[in-house]
Design a protein around this ligand. Structure first.
Ligand code: WTA
Length: 652
């Protein structure tokens, strides 16, 4: 289990301001009613919402089908289309309302009304169809965080093609693995992207991926985003703008079962191989839609800015699907937060009148460190709600967010959820409950969580930590792991019995019943809010010719939350001095090439061997405390090689 919960239990409570409560769509009374309805009949609760909130082509009759549990199915006999719900539905009432407001790092600006966005999506959908891509085919999207990424996702949804977005920061090798696993036939990418002032060559990476394999890809659509020269392979590669020329501006949506896969999104687990989390159309869209209303109190005049890249689940649910299904105006910024300085986010909030701002603790900490002068020199008066996601937010960062950005009056929603849950599971309902810095407060109505101990026994005492599980199915839950249902069942439904979804986080509940997420309990790291498996980094290191063996652990990091430390045993002698520095760089670059820059270890320590028990298990706990620089107090007598501790702790 992680750190002592008592360290996190802040006694401070912040009630929402009277002004916020008065205008909020859900107040405490309404929330209580919702809870009663959901507790009474959770299937009926979700079914009612599904009927009210989504536009169906054919209404469903059965809300929940649990005959194949834990492969639950929601609304399966109903048909709908996600893109229709996000676009067509608004044309009559909001056709000229801005759907997307975009700014690039160098400062280019563009906007799309709902009508314009609908048109672009239809044209691309028709273009994709003309390439022979149909319902159920997989399309990999490897694009920077631009409106076109949203257009591409929506176009896939429109024709029933299953998209798999690969974060543009991932390497060619990661891209290749994901294309192959999904058996994708179409790749949509761009010439490049500008981040932190330097250019990321996406098309080059795509070419490398395709050269190394990925034989299933028949065509590559290339968006011109940076004007950098790229190689175009005749017969395979097509320019986005040329392909769209002359395409009809209408594309009839493909009406699919609510259970039809909307997308795959690969995420890290505790093995070396990322898993393709498969989400459904109807259930996913329902939770995406309602959480925007409940958690963000979304209204028609809001400008909603979730800073997450579209390559992550947060970008899927709170940039692409949730806000658009609600007809909101979405801000998209393609760039880094510190360019040209730490005022960029605040300038964007000011320039576009952002009202809801949703970001990650790692960004908040970095911006906090840059000083108060930046936010203070911009007009943030339009902001009315702040959000946090991706990792536990430390109370100091929460307080800064509250005081300096929120001027002490804006509610903060600390939203807990995962790629697998599809949408927010635990969060304050901003107009209905008091917040506490560092707590995601309570599960949303219709979500039933439990804390269990190692043996799976429910922990009833407050103040005792344990493993977080979810007790009942919910509409946006992951349906399976693409191509590997046994792994889905083994990963999520076995440890604590077949009716408890295993979250993988440890949690503690305080005396007021507030939940405090402490962090992962498996070998998954959270680096700058991004999930990375220690095994994934280890297998990347292991693929370098010089490496015999490695163990990767996390170390607390002031800004990133966690930093990666790798203990490496080489095939030859242990290097020291300059040789060690050079090899360290080589290995870091190698990991960058295998996975992506986010996975590069912060520190590499070379060692003659790893600390192992006599049964051959690496003692990760020991490595974690060594990485932190703690004095080793653990009993090392069970180690096969106790002498190694000295070398690990004080490398030459
Ligand atoms: C962590 C991101 C504490 C948690 C949406 C979870 C959080 C993992 C929070 C999922 C939060 C996410 N407080 N921890 N508000 N939000 N986490 O799949 O460990 O990228 O299991 O989804 O991030 O990461 P993922």
């Amino acid at each position: 289990m992680s750190d002592s919960p008592s360290l996190l239990t802040a006694s401070r409570r912040f009630p929402p301001s009277r002004a916020f409560v008065e205008s909020a769509s859900i107040n405490a009374t309404r929330l209580a009613e919702m809870r009663v309805a959901a507790d009474d009949d959770y299937v009926g609760f979700w079914a009612k919402l599904a009927r009210e909130q989504l536009a169906w082509k054919t209404e469903f009759i059965t809300a929940l089908d649990d005959s194949n549990a834990p492969n639950f199915r929601w609304f399966a006999d109903g048909t709908l289309n996600a893109s229709f719900n996000c676009l067509d539905l608004h044309l009559a009432t909001r056709g000229d309302k801005l759907a997307i407001v975009f700014e690039s790092e160098p400062g280019a600006r563009r906007t799309y009304t709902y009508r314009q966005l609908h048109r672009e999506v239809c044209k691309l959908a028709n273009a994709i169809k003309s390439l022979g891509v149909g319902c159920g085919d997989r399309v990999v999207i490897y694009l920077p965080h631009t409106p076109e990424a949203i257009i591409a996702m929506q176009a896939c949804a429109r024709i029933g093609a299953i998209h798999s977005v690969v974060f543009a920061g991932f390497s060619a090798t990661s891209l290749k693995d994901r294309i192959e696993d999904a058996g994708a036939t179409l790749l949509i990418t761009a010439d490049g992207s500008v981040r932190n002032g330097s250019s990321i060559e996406l098309k080059r990476a795509a070419d490398d991926a395709l050269q190394a394999g990925s034989g299933s890809i028949k065509n590559v659509i290339v968006l011109r985003n940076t004007e950098r020269p790229v190689d175009m392979k005749a017969g395979r590669d097509l320019w986005w703008h040329e392909l769209l020329e002359g395409q009809p501006e209408h594309c009839e949506p493909e009406w699919v079962s609510a259970e039809h896969p909307l997308f795959l999104l690969y995420t890290s687990g505790s093995t070396g191989k990322p898993k393709g989390i498969q989400h459904s159309t109807g259930g996913y869209l329902l939770n995406a839609t309602v959480t925007c209303q409940w958690v963000f109190d979304l209204r028609d005049d809001d400008v909603f800015w979730c800073t997450a890249d579209v390559g992550w689940i947060t970008g899927h649910t709170y940039v692409c699907y949730g806000p658009l299904a609600n007809g909101a105006t979405v801000m998209i910024y393609e760039g880094a937060p510190m360019v040209p300085d730490a005022g960029r986010f605040w300038k964007i909030c000011q320039d576009y009148g952002v009202t809801i701002f949703y970001t990650a603790p790692t960004a908040i900490r970095a911006l906090m460190r840059a000083g108060d002068a930046f936010p203070k020199s911009y007009d943030l008066s339009k902001l009315r709600l702040l959000g946090s996601v991706g990792e536990p937010i430390n109370p100091e960062a929460w307080m800064w967010y509250h005081e300096v950005i929120g001027k002490g009056r804006l509610p903060i929603v600390d939203t807990w959820w995962q790629t697998e849950t599809g949408a927010i599971m635990m969060s304050p309902i901003p107009g209905a409950i008091d917040t506490k810095p560092g707590s995601c407060t309570h599960p949303l109505p219709g979500i039933f969580v439990e804390i269990v101990d190692e043996a799976g026994t429910p922990v009833t005492e407050n103040s005792t930590g344990g493993y977080l599980v979810i007790r009942k199915p919910w509409p946006s839950m992951a349906r399976t792991i693409w191509g590997d249902n046994p792994r889905y069942i083994k990963t999520y439904w076995e440890q604590f019995g077949p009716d408890r979804y295993v979250v993988g986080d440890s949690v503690h509940r305080d005396e007021d019943g507030y939940y405090w997420i402490l962090g992962r309990v498996d070998d998954v790291l959270n680096v700058s809010g991004h999930r990375l498996g220690t095994m994934e980094v280890e297998s990347a290191l292991g693929s370098h010719a010089a490496v015999a063996e490695s163990a990767v652990v996390g170390r607390p990091h002031e800004i990133k939350g966690e930093a990666i430390v790798a203990f490496v045993v080489l095939r030859g002698d242990r290097p020291t001095g300059e040789q060690a520095t050079a090899l360290s760089k080589q290995l870091r670059d190698h990991v960058g090439m295998q996975i992506g820059a986010i996975a590069k270890p912060d520190e590499i320590r070379f060692t003659d061997s790893l600390p192992k028990t006599r049964s051959g298990k690496i003692m990760r706990r020991l490595l974690r405390s060594i990485a932190k620089g703690e004095t080793v107090t653990q009993d090392v007598s069970t180690l096969e090689n106790p002498n190694i501790v000295e070398q690990l702790a004080y490398p030459a």
